[in-house]
Ligand binder design. Structure first.
Ligand code: ADP
Ligand code: ADP
Ligand code: ZN
Length: 218
């Protein structure tokens, strides 16, 4: 079975942490729009500059820019069969655009995994998050510390705090999540592919529940 998974949840819910394992265990192509924007910015590409103007403020990048990035990414051969979308779609407009892209390929999503976390935990997770500049893995000062201070366990890269993880942006991102992204849950609800996962557990147990949900598909 060719898994096409969408990973949803508020910022800081643990999408990136779980996707790192999922893509390995299920051999999925990882498509994270946030990560693609950050990489484009780091490489000095015009797309990165344009996207970072929104990201810095905690706003969503415009739908037309984001949809185009995903459309091009999905056309690559490695996204033909199995993929995991992390952080896209984030608006109902984007969800519709994704449906169109998939319909054209006579394809559809296998599952929408929605990680549910309460607001207090989101704040704690985002404020303590540190990300590897080189490989993009995320750590946490308290919940997932690195072995050596400020150095990625996986690649030795330097850790940094994303500029949109500072308290000023975090509040804005949570508001936007409630207003623009949460409605997508209803959009998918009627299709029977939505799996709500309790994200208020350890990394391990969240992963176990996601795996269990995916096993019911195969
Ligand atoms: P988070 O950890 O908050 O889920 P991401 O790395 O997925 O963050 O995204 C970081 C930022 O990149 C978002 O706050 C937003 O500004 C931008 N972004 C990422 N994905 C999208 C998208 N699908 N639509 C619009 N903006 C996006
Ligand atoms: P997202 O991609 O949804 O924004 P991340 O995977 O980057 O979220 O996780 C946000 C922060 O919370 C990171 O610092 C991560 O280490 C931490 N985190 C993720 N899942 C858990 C968990 N189950 N328990 C404790 N901390 C977690
Ligand atoms: Zn690294």
């Amino acid at each position: 079975m060719f898994l096409k998974i969408l990973l949803m949840g508020p910022p800081g819910a643990g999408k990136g942490s779980q996707s790192a394992r999922l893509v390995e265990d299920y051999a999925l192509t990882n498509i994270s729009t946030g990560q693609m924007f950050r990489e484009a910015y780091r490489r000095g590409e015009p797309l990165g500059e344009k996207a970072m103007a929104y990201i810095k403020k905690g706003e969503l990048v415009a739908d037309d820019i984001t949809n185009e990035v995903v459309r091009q990414r999905l056309m690559k051969k490695d996204a033909d069969r199995c993929f995991l979308l992390d952080g896209y779609p984030r608006t109902v407009e984007q969800a519709r655009a994704l449906d169109e892209m998939l319909e054209k390929r006579r394809s559809k999503l296998s599952a929408v995994i929605n990680i549910v976390v309460d607001k207090q935990a989101i704040l704690e997770r985002m404020v303590g998050r540190r990300v590897c500049r080189t490989c993009g893995l995320s750590y946490h000062l308290v919940f997932k510390p690195t072995k050596k201070p400020s150095m990625c366990d996986a690649c030795g890269g330097e850790l940094y705090q994303r500029n949109d993880d500072r308290p000023e942006s975090v509040r804005n991102r949570l508001d936007i999540y409630e207003k623009k992204t949460k409605p997508i849950i209803d959009y998918y609800h009627g299709r029977g592919i939505l799996k709500n996962i309790d994200g208020m557990q350890s990394f391990e147990n969240v992963y176990r529940d996601i795996r269990d949900a995916l096993e019911t598909l195969t």
